[in-house]
Ligand binder design. Structure first.
Ligand SMILES: [Zn+2]
Length: 135
């Protein structure tokens, strides 16, 4: 597989994530809907240390009721949502599949948080479906 490379709409924020991914799928949670202005976010999971970023970004941190937080990163110039998790995060990162230079590298295997999925989001056949978060 070629390196997983991509970036934002204006080109100022770019990443190279090597060749290893951990999981790929659709997240249909209500936070992803609001953050993206869409019905879901297509995510590509990366192992710790894989994500190398260049360019300026802004971070939005969301605090959840259960004490967790999530961090979403956007281009500082054009505001495209590009990746999740602080660069260097020991738990790895996610990138949002629409930012891939070659979007055919996205091979979704699961859909998560489908209890929030709007009826107008049609999932492709063959995905493993999780009502909430997979364990
Ligand atoms: Zn940009």
């Amino acid at each position: 597989m070629a390196n997983i490379v991509g970036g934002c709409l204006c080109g100022a924020l770019r990443y190279d994530a090597g060749t290893q991914t951990t999981f790929m799928g659709y997240c249909c949670c209500d936070d992803c809907q609001k953050a993206s202005g869409s019905g879901f976010i297509p995510f590509v999971g990366l192992p710790p240390g894989a994500l190398k970023v260049s360019g300026a970004y802004t971070m939005y941190q969301m605090h959840h009721a259960d004490g967790r937080s999530s961090e979403r990163f956007s281009c500082a110039k054009c505001a495209s949502l590009v990746f999740g998790g602080e660069p260097g995060n020991p738990n790895g990162n996610t990138i949002y599949a629409g930012t891939l230079d070659d979007t055919s590298q996205f091979k979704p295997a699961m859909a998560i948080m489908t209890k929030f999925k709007p009826d107008w989001v049609l999932l492709p056949p063959g995905l493993k479906i999780f009502d909430g978060m997979p364990q």
